[in-house]
Ligand binder design. Structure first.
Ligand code: 5GP
Ligand code: ZN
Length: 115
């Protein structure tokens, strides 16, 4: 775990966050600068820099990330209205924090295509 990683520090509690969900493999918290009424970041406790920074051993972790996100969507009551999962990756993808995270966005109609 790189000790300069913002999300590793959030997972360890060194930097405070508003927890939404936690299990052995995944931690989720509210985005500090919400882009929608519901905006949650779902991160693996293990440091992976991006969604494609992986090997076969991480297959189960990717499943855990989506399963956790689905639980959070249920808790936030977004199932009926709909929602979006986003994984920004690299420069063109708009990634700014290089610890894999899945955005859950909901609570308003979301435009398509994204900017
Ligand atoms: P990215 O642009 O890498 O896909 O998303 C990074 C997200 O992390 C952004 O939506 C940004 O608002 C959020 N973020 C950045 N710093 C913090 C922080 O210190 N706390 C929380 N809760 N979210 C943060
Ligand atoms: Zn990290």
């Amino acid at each position: 775990m790189p000790n300069d990683c913002l999300f590793c520090k959030i997972i360890s509690g060194e930097i405070p966050s508003k927890e939404v969900y936690s299990d052995d493999h995944v931690y989720a918290f509210y985005d500090i600068n919400p882009a929608a009424p519901a905006h949650v970041l779902v991160v693996p406790r293990k440091h992976l820099s991006a969604v494609n920074d992986q090997s076969e051993e991480h297959e189960a972790l990717f499943g855990a990330l989506i399963v956790a996100a689905n639980k959070i969507v249920g808790r936030l009551g977004l199932e009926k209205s709909g929602f979006r999962y986003v994984v920004n990756t690299g420069g063109d993808g708009g990634q700014t924090v290089f610890h894999l995270h899945l955005h859950i966005l909901g609570g308003r109609p979301l435009g398509w295509p994204p900017g």
